[in-house]
Design a protein around this ligand. Structure first.
Ligand code: G6P
Length: 613
């Protein structure tokens, strides 16, 4: 999500930091900051100027910053605390002599903050990162050495991080560490670098090393020493870099969409992170709706557009089954013109990756005026919807550059299903064991997604086989229906081919009339309760000459017998299946677009954020 950079031993440290941050701009960010150190003091500058932050940062730094040889820098994509100068990194400790930058999520930051505040620490930001800084400060008082202090602090941290810490008491030293979030080190002569991503250092050095989980690096000018959490010396991995800057910005993938497809396991893990406490209770602290309000709800209305609408449709099945509440899902642009019946017992849930889509925003405003409780599930902290809603549930997918939504959609489904389980817990409609069972399964989604994404070559073969077709029908039933809709949407957005999504049961009410040889039917027949009925639909379209691709669970021989092509996915329960079933449909759309020579990141006529009606 965020991008980090650090340098020690460079005559042009300020330029290293600013140039590096510029190269991390492709990640998308809302604020930026740097800190340069000498024995006397820390020179810190931070700005929250949206995507202009690095440019503005260049303007505000003063001439004396140039005289420092070591520093750290950060571009932030807000997760904890809104985008502001005060929440931008680097953060300082109470003494003002220790600076820290961080990428990742400290899951137990609330507990750590409570303890530190009790011990007298003063927090001045809303971030989880600042807590980490104070934790290192506390340990520094005990151990006296920055490396030992960071090691001891990290032993207490749950979550993901790549961090870099500096102290004015030893200003040539940077201590950096990682768990889950990536961190690389570069050495070039007497200069040492660190960064979250390769592009930040290209042009400076290609002599790069990668840290593995729970490794800590001590960087001094021209040298690095890496140890594990027990203090044992480890040999960091050498990175072979044959990328140019542009492909490095895409993480080595051909385009942002492919990169973002591969980021889906992380997006799901981060969206779940820290939201279930040790006793198994779901904690959605920014929802700001009391248990009393949630218990008294009479219905839920989901409003959204595009792919977010499809995530909302999946949630309908989950909310109804788990929370036993009636659910309506509306296209936001229709909702506000249909005079919906709402009162304070209705929960209206806006779903939007951007938090800015004007139709969804207006639908939420309309719901508030009608007295309903309004919350939003969105990916951008402090977006218009987040500011106006009574409560927020953030997806933590990180910035999405590709116009066609991928990782934000799977994160939305997971966030909405967490909300469904939370409602079930508060309202007592599921037993503790039932909730725990679903949560266990949700934790496995990260692995299931990895596995599904890893099967791209099989999807590519299917795409090649149907590359000449012009008409695609996606069929699904139950939670497989929104999956089919999303598959059709991705295909039309990216490949400009005709694609429609239908519930399988509607086939006989129209679409069957146009099925003929040359049409491709993609049937989502993963293990939902209506699989048999789905296969009956497959037989109907096959009898009329369509080419049939079936999305089936591993080992499903019944499906293999009726399909022209089978795309196999790992099994999951019906309500969680869409999270990984969407993946091969994203890949199919992307391969078909590529075979037609199209730019998958920027489909014609479409925009990432639609702020006009
Ligand atoms: C645009 C984007 C889609 C997105 C839709 C809704 O059409 O291209 O990817 O699903 O808007 O956007 P939102 O930001 O509200 O989720």
């Amino acid at each position: 999500m965020c991008g980090i950079i650090g340098v020690t031993g460079a005559a042009d440290a300020l330029d290293v930091l600013l140039d590096g941050l510029e190269r991390l701009e492709y990640r998308g960010y809302d604020s930026a900051g740097i800190a340069l150190l000498d024995h006397e003091e820390i020179f810190r500058a931070r700005v929250a100027d949206g995507t202009h932050s690095v440019t503005t940062l260049r303007k505000v730094v003063k001439a004396d910053y140039r005289q420092r040889a070591a520093g750290i820098g950060h571009v932030r994509w807000a997760t904890h605390g809104h985008p502001s100068e005060g929440n931008a990194h680097p953060h300082l400790d109470c003494s003002g002599r220790l600076a820290i930058i961080h990428n990742g999520i400290v899951e137990n930051h609330s507990q750590l903050a409570a303890r530190l505040i009790k011990a007298g620490h003063v927090m001045v930001s809303e971030t989880d990162t600042e807590v980490l800084g104070h934790l290192v400060e506390e340990q520094l008082r005990r151990s006296g050495g920055l490396l030992e202090a960071v090691r001891a602090a990290l032993a207490e941290v749950r979550g993901s991080f790549s961090i870099a810490v500096m102290s004015a008491d030893d200003p040539e030293l940077i201590v950096a560490a990682r768990r889950i979030s990536p961190l690389i080190i570069g050495i070039d002569g007497a200069v040492s670098y660190l960064a979250s991503d390769i592009p930040a250092l290209l042009g400076r050095t290609r002599n790069l090393l990668a840290l593995d989980d729970d490794q800590i690096a001590e960087l001094r000018p021209g040298s690095v020493r890496v140890t594990d959490l027990d203090g044992q010396i480890v040999e960091p991995r050498q990175l072979i870099v044959d990328w140019d800057v542009e492909s490095a910005q895409k993480g080595g993938y051909d385009n942002f969409m492919t990169k973002e497809i591969h980021e889906q396991p992380r997006a799901v893990a981060d969206t779940l992170a820290g939201r279930v406490d040790a006793s198994g209770t779901i904690v959605l602290d920014q929802l700001l709706l009391s248990d009393e309000i949630l218990s008294g709800l009479s219905k839920i209305v989901v409003v959204a557009c595009g792919s977010s609408f499809h995530a909302g449709l999946v949630a309908k099945y989950a909310f109804e089954r788990w929370a036993r509440l009636p659910v309506e899902v509306d296209i936001a642009s229709e909702f506000r013109y249909r005079d919906p019946v709402l009162d304070e017992t209705c929960l209206v849930v806006g779903v939007s990756q951007s938090g800015e889509t004007v139709d969804t925003l207006q639908a939420m405003r309309h719901a508030r005026e009608s007295g309903a409780r309004v919350i939003v599930v969105c990916n951008v902290v402090d977006s218009s919807m987040a500011r106006e809603a009574d409560g927020v549930l953030y997806t933590r997918a990180g910035p999405e550059v590709g116009v066609a939504a991928t990782k934000t959609v799977v994160a939305q489904i997971v966030a909405l299903e967490l909300l469904g389980l939370h409602l079930a817990q508060v309202r007592g409609s599921l037993s503790g064991a039932e909730v725990a069972g679903v949560l266990d399964e949700m934790r496995q989604l990260e692995q299931l997604l990895e596995e599904t994404i890893g099967r791209a070559a099989a999807v590519e073969e299917v795409a090649e086989a149907v590359a000449g077709a012009r008409d695609f029908f996606f069929l699904g039933r139950h939670a497989g229906y929104p999956t089919a809709l999303e598959g059709a949407l991705k295909l039309k957005e990216l490949s400009y081919l005709h694609a429609e999504g239908y519930p399988g049961g509607e086939l006989k009410h129209g679409p069957l009339a146009v099925i003929e040889p040359g049409c491709v039917v993609v049937a989502v027949a993963t293990g939902g309760p209506l699989k048999e009925k789905m296969l009956a639909n497959v037989a109907e379209v096959k009898a009329r000459g369509a080419t049939v691709i079936v999305l089936a669970e591993d080992g499903d021989d019944e499906v293999a017998a009726v399909a022209d092509f089978v795309i196999s996915v790992p099994a999951a329960s019906d309500l969680l299946s869409p999270v990984k079933d969407i993946v091969p449909l994203q890949q199919l759309a992307s391969y078909l677009a590529r075979s037609r020579g199209l730019d998958v990141d920027r489909p014609r006529n479409l925009a990432k954020t639609v702020t006009v009606e």
